[in-house]
Every structure is written in structure tokens, then in C-alpha cells.
Design a protein around this ligand. Structure first.
Ligand SMILES: O=P(O)(O)OC[C@@H](O)[C@@H](O)c1c[nH]c2ccccc12
Length: 462
């Protein structure tokens, strides 16, 4: 198993290190150090999301990492955007070194975590000497006694400890140790599989006073969307930053996604009063039903145009249609809509010719294959997952909705949302946009109600 190999090689490296600087000498230097650590704990405990940016040249799961920018430039970007730095010092499998940590120390006043396989007190003294502020203890390679000894020694030297766990049993051990900062590694170090569900599952065991870090495998915007509902204090990000030439931009974007709330789409406007209400409430998207007389909310194109004229220009205007013909779409295009929402069939020639951005609607029984085929078209900006009968006020099976991979497109959740269920829906589905129609109506199909809109938005944004 890879962990055993790493630990074995570590034992050999330890001999080498101790030959260069003896155990006694290292201990003496650590105890003599006057350096006051930057608090790793405080960096993670502050409000909002904290990010730990890693410096890592290679790893057993990914091999050599193609890093495009130099250490200097990278740390410069980290200094401006992240809250702490993690530096790999393991030589054989991660191509790290104590030297990198010393170099980073020279150019950063962020707290630095020594990322290594700690199996001996020597490494803790060494961490202090090379300028680290914190170190990693991996529960999987230590017994309870070692964990306690190493943990206490670290704090005596003024170093914080991130205790890393991967399953329930290790989590129990970290909790009984009294760890103040616990990290869950989403990567299984036995077979390298990654699942962010590990974070979700283990976070439930941890009281809120303990700082919780989600580590590894965070690479996409959607990963951030997912993790924001796990309520973590911090993310530890390696590969995604190492492979990016703009880690600062990535860190800033991910922080803002983490803090952002879903956007609100109010669907099925039918009157000037409705337009007035959505303007007042400040919604993000509206929808008007066209060419679908079966719906009580159907509007003629002329009427729709007059509603559009009333709406704030910042709002995205969506034409809601069912299996539209080419001729209908041409009319929609000139009426001033931004987006075309298509329920039912989306004909190939419609996709080819329209200039509008498209939201394709379906129910939760769609297949991953269909999602991917649609997602491969640039005009399709997202998906509306709705109840089988749109506008019926029924909601769809949220657990099914979250199963699919929507490929970085917008996910709009519709179907029976109200101010009473929208928070639960958001927690399960993590949509980019929540879509409501009957849930904010006075009575089915007869216009929107001010208080219902206000309560709904309040539940989404607060
Ligand atoms: O590159 P990633 O998938 O973003 O992962 C970063 C970090 O979590 C990972 O490097 C790591 C987590 N725990 C470790 C223990 C030892 C070495 C490395 C690690």
C-alpha cells in the first residue's frame, strides 16, 4: 500500500536528516527559536471561507504536476488571496523539501503548514526550525499514543496542528484527542479515489467549535457549490492551484461562489402588476409563458412585450416555451428576451439557428447521456429541472435532481417551490437558480402576491 511505502521511505530520510543535524542539535535549535508563529488557527477561524493554498510539485496519485508559474510569483499570488499556505516537504513521493518551506517563509507572512508524514519528534523540532507555523498529523499512520505525544509537543513549540482523518473511526480518535483543527481528506490514501461526500459525511460528527478543513480533490466551481452546503471553515487546495497560472483569480472566484446565494427566477408573469412586484423585490430572472394556451399563465406576444418594457434592465428575461417552432422563435427573438427556455422537444434546427441562449427544461428522470449531449452545445447555458407537469405546483425528487453532472452549466431548480421548502431544496440540490411560479401566486394562475415574493426571496438570500 502506498502509505506504507511513503512511511518506509520517510524512515530512511529521517536517518539522512539526523546525520546532517543531530537530534539533540535540532531540539536545541527549536527550543532556542524566538520566532513567534503566525496563528494558523486564527487564519482558519475567521468568518467566511478560508483557503489554504498548497505548494506541491508532484504526488503519487497525479505524478509530476505541470506548474506553470514560478514559486516567487505563486507565493505572491497566494499572499494576496489565500489565508494560509501548505508546503509539501516530503521528498520521495511529493518532490517536496524543507528548502521550499524556508524559501516561502522568506517571502510570506501567511501561516505555513508543514505538509509531511510526521512519524518522529525530530520532524516537529525541524518544522519549528525551518519556520513552519503548523504541522499535519495523519491519523492513519499514527497510534493514539503517538498522536497525543506529537500533538502536545507541537503546541509546546507554538505550532498548531491539523489532524487529518478519512473515516469515522479516525474522526473519533481525532475528537478524543481534543484536536482543535480537523481536516478530512477527500482522497482515500489507500486507492486514491476522491469523494467530496467524505466531507459531508464526517462533518456531521464535528461540533461547531472545532475548525473543520476539507482537503483534496477540489477542482471545479461545482465542487465549491457542493462544499458550501457542508459548512466547512476552510478548503485545502493543491493541484487546482498548482496547475493554474492564476491561482489568485481562482481563490477569489471560489471564495465568492462559496458565499453566494442562488439567484431567484420568478416565472409566469402575466400582468403589469406582476412586473411592478418583481422590480420592487429585485429578482434576477423572470419568465413569461408564450405560445402555450394550455397554461393559465400564457401571454400573447404583444402583451409579453408590454410587460418586458416595464421590467428593470438588469433582469434576465426568459421566454418560456413548449416544443417551439422556428417561426415562433423568430418572433421571440425580436420581442426582447435574453433567454429561451424550452420544455418538450428542442429541435435540432432551432438549436442551430437561434441567437438566443437556451435553458433546456426536463424532469428528474432525464439521463446523464441527454444532459451531456445538450451540455456540449455552447448555446445551452443551463438546465431547468422541473416537475413532470410544469406549473402543476408539484415538486420533483430533489435527491434525483442532484445525481446528475450538469457539466458547469447553470442548474435551475423548479417545481413546487415555496418559501416553506426552498431552503431544504437548496441544501439538497445546490442549484444556481431557484425558479418559482405557483408558490408566489395569490391563487393558482391569477397573478403574483407581494408578501409571498418577499418571503421567498428572504428565505433564499438569508
Ligand atoms: O491536490 P489536491 O487534490 O487539491 O489535494 C491537496 C492536499 O489536500 C493533498 O495534497 C494532501 C492531503 N493530505 C495529504 C497528506 C500528505 C500529502 C498530501 C496531502
Amino acid at each position: 500500500m502506498i502509505l506504507d511505502d511513503i512511511v518506509k521511505d520517510k524512515r530512511n530520510r529521517l536517518i539522512e536528516h539526523k546525520n546532517k543535524i543531530s537530534e539533540e542539535k535540532m531540539k536545541e535549535m527549536a527550543l532556542a527559536s524566538k520566532r513567534i508563529s503566525y496563528s494558523f488557527y486564527d487564519a482558519l477561524a475567521k468568518n467566511g471561507l478560508s483557503i489554504i493554498g498548497e505548494f506541491k510539485k508532484a504526488s503519487p496519485s497525479m505524478g509530476i504536476i505541470q506548474n506553470t508559474i514560478e514559486l516567487m510569483n505563486r507565493i505572491d499570488q497566494y499572499n494576496q488571496s489565500v489565508d494560509a499556505i501548505s508546503c509539501l516537504t516530503e521528498e520521495d513521493h511529493f518532490h517536496g523539501s524543507a528548502g521550499y518551506l524556508k524559501e516561502i517563509r522568506e517571502i510570506s507572512s501567511l501561516p505555513i503548514l508543514r505538509k509531511d508524514f510526521i512519524i518522529d519528534e525530530y520532524q516537529i523540532y525541524e518544522a519549528k526550525v525551518i519556520g513552519a507555523d503548523a504541522l499535519l498529523l495523519i491519523a492513519a499512520i499514527l497510534d493514539d499514543n503517538e498522536m497525543k505525544r506529537f500533538y502536545e509537543l507541537s503546541y509546546r513549540l507554538g505550532l498548531d496542528v491539523l489532524v487529518e482523518v478519512h473515516d469515522e473511526e479516525e474522526m473519533e480518535r481525532a475528537l478524543s484527542l481534543g484536536a482543535k483543527i480537523i481536516g478530512v481528506n477527500n482522497r482515500n490514501l489507500k486507492d486514491f479515489t476522491i469523494s467530496l461526500d467524505t466531507t459531508k459525511k464526517l462533518k456531521r460528527m464535528v461540533p461547531d467549535e472545532i475548525i473543520f478543513v476539507s482537503e483534496s480533490g477540489v477542482t471545479t466551481d461545482r465542487d465549491i457549490q457542493y462544499l458550501k452546503y457542508c459548512n466547512v471553515n476552510a478548503l485545502l487546495i493543491g493541484r487546482a492551484f498548482m496547475e493554474s497560472d492564476q491561482p489568485m483569480e481562482l481563490a477569489n472566484r471560489w471564495k465568492s461562489i462559496y458565499l453566494s446565494k442562488p439567484k431567484v427566477k420568478i416565472c409566469g408573469l402575466t400582468s403589469m402588476e406582476d412586473a411592478q412586484l418583481v422590480n420592487e423585490a429585485g429578482v434576477d430572472y423572470i419568465g413569461i409563458v408564450l405560445f402555450y394556451p394550455k397554461s393559465k399563465r400564457n401571454c400573447s406576444l404583444e402583451h409579453a412585450k408590454s410587460i418586458l418594457e416595464q421590467l428593470d434592465s438588469t433582469m434576465q428575461k426568459v421566454a418560456v416555451t413548449v416544443s417551439p417552432s422556428l417561426a415562433q422563435i423568430e418572433q421571440i427573438e425580436i420581442a426582447g428576451f435574453d433567454i429561451l427556455q424550452v420544455h418538450g422537444d428542442l429541435e435540432e434546427k432551432v438549436l442551430e439557428t437561434t441567437k438566443l441562449k437556451i435553458l433546456k427544461a426536463f424532469n428528474e428522470d432525464v439521463t446523464q447521456e441527454v444532459v451531456e449531449r445538450l451540455a456540449s452545445n455552447d448555446k445551452v447555458i443551463g438546465f431547468v429541472v422541473d416537475a413532470t407537469i410544469p406549473g402543476s405546483g408539484k415538486n420533483c425528487d430533489w435527491n434525483k435532481v442532484r445525481q446528475y453532472d450538469y457539466k458547469e452549466k447553470l442548474l435551475v431548480l423548479a417545481g413546487g417551490l415555496t418559501d416553506l421548502n426552498v431552503q431544504e431544496a437548496i441544501e439538497i440540490v445546490h442549484p444556481d437558480i431557484v425558479d418559482v411560479s405557483s408558490g408566489v401566486e395569490k391563487e393558482y394562475g391569477i397573478g403574483k402576491e407581494r408578501n409571498k415574493i418577499i418571503n421567498f426571496i428572504d428565505k433564499v438570500r438569508n
